[in-house]
Structure formats: structure tokens, C-alpha cells
Design a binder for this molecule. Structure first.
Ligand code: C2E
Ligand code: CA
Ligand code: CA
Ligand code: CA
Length: 279
């Protein structure tokens, strides 16, 4: 019930955001918000589908606005991209996540793999890969514990620069995952174009499972294809036991979703990790 209430709250707040044309005032605030430390991250845990062990976490951005309350990323990320602010935000998120990794690594038995969402303008910057590598080095996070989640729109333009960046990042051991897999137009061509290490199935396909419609066939086929291409698979939006069973049975590698946990503040992730997550 709590989950549903929270979801509804998020949906309603997004609805309100779209209703008002707050873009201009939002943008004004965004320039200052970074300096004023108003952004923060929550971490949603990821689990090995076979053992159920905690293996990673995805960092998800939120904006605590001084008067408007918490603004979800679906409202401000696009604005930040359009305003040329996403590079600064992205670097901030990466640094925060790397620092969180260091903290977690001291407290947990197994180091986690931290996933960070990346927007197109970031990867299209010729110095992006070097910036990421330098940042990890400064903070002390080994590259093999970082995963970058790319959306398809992130790859539409400037493919050659982006490609060079991704190759360089993959070469140092960073995991490169295609996010929201299956929702765009060119997912399949990206599987051969990009130096990927994995795909992430969008919750639009995952959450409705099990069903007797086409969803099960679509997910089955996506997982088979990924396996043939030796890509690691993560399912997001696993909300109940029936869905978890199907996803496991179909051989998906990693699980993320409300059945285990919502995105959590770092302290909460740590305390729940110590107690052991339950479905
Ligand atoms: P996404 O990367 O596809 O993230 C998954 C979204 O699904 C998250 O929403 C998460 O809270 C939600 N979710 C996770 N498990 C479940 C579940 O079991 N059921 C349901 N119904 N939802 C679930 P959130 O945090 O609002 O993020 C929305 C989007 O904002 C993300 O979609 C991502 O595209 C973008 N985003 C978030 N943080 C960042 C960031 O730091 N940088 C960039 N570029 N984009 C970000
Ligand atoms: Ca993501
Ligand atoms: Ca998604
Ligand atoms: Ca279901």
C-alpha cells in the first residue's frame, strides 16, 4: 500500500509539473541548485537472480527544491540537457556515486557495482571518457565497479565521438549497459554498433509479467538474444513474486525493482544491506 501511495504521489507530482509551464523558473533555479547542494542521489539495489545476493545499485537523482519540494528526475533531466547543465550534473552524480562506493566498500563484505545514468550530451563530449577515468582515479574507485547506463537517445547524434568514448571506457573495465532496452527504435542496431557489456530491460516489458499476451515472448526473445551476444541482462521494475519467478526462469542475470526495494538514501541502503534484503 505504501508503495502504491508513493507511486501515485510521484505520478501526481509529475502531472502537476507538466500542467504548469515552469520551465523557465525551473531552469533559473537549476543553475544555483548545484552550488547550493540541492541535488541528491538515491540508490536502488540490484540482486543476482540465482543467489539473490546484493550485487549492485543504481544511482538515481533527485532535486530537493527549497520551496517546491522534491522534484523527480523525469521533470528536470530533460531541462538540464536542453540548458547545457547535464554535463555538470552528470559529473556531480558520478563523483557522489564513486564516494558512495568507497564508503560501501568499507562496510560491506562484497564491493558493489554502482550504475550511473548518462545522457547524450555527456558522451558526445570528446573528453568524457578521460574525465570519467580521472574522476575514478581521484576518488579511488576501481573502474570495474562502475556501470554506465545509456539511453538510446543518448546515442543518436555524434556517434563517432560517443563511440570513441565508450570504447575507451570499456577498455579500462567499465561496464556499458543499454538502458530501457526495447522501448526505442534502434535497439537492435545498437547491439551491433556499440561496445556494450549488457542490456537493461525496461519495466514496461518486465512489470506486466507473467501475462498471457505478447510480453512473455518479447522478454524471452530479448534475453535469448542477449545471451547469444554474451551480454549481461538486468530486469528493472520487478514488483511481485510471480514476475520474479518468470524473470528468473527465463535466465535474466540481475534483478532490480520494488519487490526488493525502492531507491534508498545511502544510509538506508547500508542498514538494509546489513540486515539482508527480503522480497
Ligand atoms: P530509468 O533509468 O529507467 O530508472 C528507473 C526508474 O524506475 C526510476 O525512476 C525508479 O525509481 C523506477 N523504478 C524502479 N523500480 C521500479 C519498480 O519496481 N516499479 C516501478 N513502477 N518503478 C520502478 P526515477 O528515479 O524517477 O528515474 C526516472 C528516470 O530519470 C530514469 O529512468 C533515468 O532515465 C532518469 N535519471 C535518473 N537519475 C539520473 C541521472 O543521474 N542522470 C541522468 N542522465 N538521468 C537520470
Ligand atoms: Ca537507468
Ligand atoms: Ca527504464
Ligand atoms: Ca505482475
Amino acid at each position: 500500500v505504501q508503495q502504491i501511495a508513493r507511486e501515485r504521489l510521484v505520478q501526481e507530482s509529475q502531472f502537476e509539473w507538466r500542467q504548469q509551464d515552469t520551465s523557465l523558473s525551473l531552469l533559473d533555479g537549476m543553475h544555483l541548485a548545484l552550488q547550493r547542494d540541492e541535488f541528491y542521489l538515491e540508490y536502488q539495489p540490484q540482486f543476482d537472480s540465482r543467489s539473490g545476493a546484493l550485487v549492485g545499485a543504481e544511482a538515481l537523482m533527485r532535486w530537493r527544491h527549497p520551496t517546491l519540494g522534491v522534484i523527480p528526475p523525469t521533470v528536470f533531466i530533460q531541462e538540464a540537457e536542453n540548458a547545457g547543465l547535464i554535463q555538470a550534473l552528470g559529473q556531480w552524480a558520478l563523483r557522489e556515486t564513486a564516494k558512495a562506493w568507497c564508503q560501501l566498500q568499507k562496510l560491506l563484505e562484497q564491493p558493489l557495482r554502482m550504475a550511473v545514468n548518462v545522457s547524450f550530451p555527456e558522451v558526445a563530449d570528446p573528453s568524457y571518457a578521460q574525465q570519467v577515468i580521472d574522476l575514478l582515479d581521484q576518488v579511488g574507485m576501481p573502474p570495474q565497479y562502475l556501470e554506465l547506463e545509456l539511453t538510446e537517445t543518448a546515442m543518436m547524434r555524434d556517434a563517432s565521438v560517443s563511440l570513441l568514448n565508450l570504447r575507451q571506457l570499456k577498455a579500462v573495465g567499465i561496464h556499458i549497459v543499454l538502458d530501457d532496452f526495447g522501448t526505442g527504435f534502434s535497439s537492435l542496431s545498437h547491439l551491433s554498433d556499440l561496445p556494450l557489456t549488457g542490456i537493461k530491460l525496461d519495466r514496461a516489458f518486465v512489470s506486466p509479467l507473467p501475462d498471457h499476451g505478447p510480453q512473455t515472448h518479447i522478454v524471452t526473445t530479448m534475453l535469448e538474444l542477449a545471451k547469444k551476444l554474451r551480454l549481461e541482462t538486468t530486469a528493472e521494475g520487478v514488483e511481485d513474486h510471480a514476475c520474479l519467478e518468470v524473470i528468473r526462469h527465463l535466465g535474466c542475470d540481475r534483478i532490480q525493482g520494488y519487490i526488493y526495494a525502492q531507491p534508498l538514501p545511502l544510509e538506508e541502503l547500508i542498514s538494509q544491506a546489513r540486515q539482508g534484503f527480503k522480497t
